[in-house]
Design a protein around this ligand. Structure first.
Ligand code: NDP
Length: 323
């Protein structure tokens, strides 16, 4: 079968299309005919060897995907052949077929397309945990969402609005801000607006923002501290700038700020948090308030371009590859 193979770590163009054997499902596993793969910033970092976990080569990227169950390994009874499922974790989805643990599949709402199902798990679980599990957002509060037109950003804006929060959305272009407004953002601001710190503080009633979803990092992290209200919570979710950030603990002390890290991979091991996020997200999806924003869609042999476009900030919503 055709698959993307990374033989050495580096920029997106180290990825090649190669013929590799079709994977066999082992005990407790299923084989899925892949319909769509959600591409995350984490995939770009993993190919570059800059992710939180070590990338072993050669490997086939693709950690978040949806498709049709095609065959079952020994002992699988919770899914059926022909069922559409979404999967999260591991790698190997940028291929015609991928294998996943049957116990870890995520059922797909009947009204989702394959691309929407592939765009859902990472962004919506992360946004939920950022806003609620760790962010402890209260109805009526203000939240600042950075990179608001991206995959995580659009999920965060939608969920925040559905939870009754007031949203300040930041992004790098007017087109991206328009998307954030279309999704319900109350105030939008260009990421490079020279008066952004004061404007964010003013928008949130003059005292700063009580909750910030921080995904850019580097020197922007200091700005997030400046934008935060006293006793504000800053949830560190990403470092898209790939720059170092510096933190002076005394500054947190002075203004009673809380900085909390969030990594979805380790939170998924917290069964209680995962179940409660899944339950809340299922209700929101059923209410029609939440629809995954599928961004540009690419074929398997366009994977290098898909990764490069994500890295170059050219995309909105979730980048999807259909193998
Ligand atoms: P996005 O679709 O949001 O794309 C990345 C966006 O980051 C860009 O579109 C761009 O938006 C913004 N950005 C800001 N500065 C830079 C920069 N210097 N270079 C490139 N992009 C920049 O991707 P994801 O939704 O996959 O991820 C968003 C962030 O959230 C990433 O930092 C990612 O690592 C993190 N994340 C973390 C998770 C976790 O478990 N901790 C889970 C999911 C995502 P703009 O042009 O508007 O600035």
């Amino acid at each position: 079968m055709k698959a993307i193979v990374v033989g050495r770590l580096g920029p997106p163009d180290v990825m090649e299309v190669r013929e590799i054997p079709v994977p066999q499902p082992g005990e407790g596993e299923i084989r899925i005919e892949v319909e769509a793969v959600g591409i995350n910033f984490a995939d770009v970092l993993a190919v570059a060897g800059e992710y939180l976990t070590r990338t072993r080569v050669p490997y086939t990227p693709g950690m978040e995907f949806a498709g049709i169950v095609e065959s079952l390994g020994e002992g699988v009874s919770n899914v059926q052949v022909g069922q559409r499922v979404a999967c999260l974790g591991g790698s190997g989805a940028l291929a015609k077929y991928a294998v996943a643990k049957a116990a870890a599949v995520i059922p797909v709402p009947g009204n989702f397309t394959g691309a929407q199902a592939a765009a859902f798990p990472v962004s919506y679980f992360t946004a939920y945990h950022g806003l609620k599990t760790l962010g402890r957002a209260q109805e009526g509060e203000w939240v600042l969402v950075q990179a608001a037109a991206g995959a995580l950003g659009t999920a965060s804006v939608q969920l925040a609005k559905a939870m009754g929060l007031n949203v300040i959305a930041m992004a790098s272009t007017e087109e991206k801000l328009q998307l954030a407004r279309d999704l319900g953002a109350d105030v939008t601001l260009l990421q490079d607006d020279p008066d952004r710190v004061q404007k964010v503080r003013d928008a949130a009633g003059g005292k700063g923002v009580p909750l910030i979803l921080e995904v850019v990092g580097g020197r922007r992290f200091q700005e997030s501290l400046d934008m935060a209200a006293g006793q504000g919570r800053i949830i560190v979710i990403g470092n898209a700038s790939r720059e170092e950030a510096h933190l002076r603990p005394v500054e947190l002390m002075k203004r009673n700020l809380t900085v909390t890290g969030l990594w979805l991979v380790s939170l998924m091991n917290d069964r209680e948090a995962t179940m409660s996020a899944a339950q809340a997200l299922t209700t929101l999806v059923a209410s029609g308030k939440v629809t995954p924003q599928v961004g540009p869609t690419y074929a398997l042999n366009e994977s290098v371009r898909a990764f490069q476009d994500l890295l170059d900030r050219k995309t909105t919503g979730k980048v999807v590859i259909e193998p």
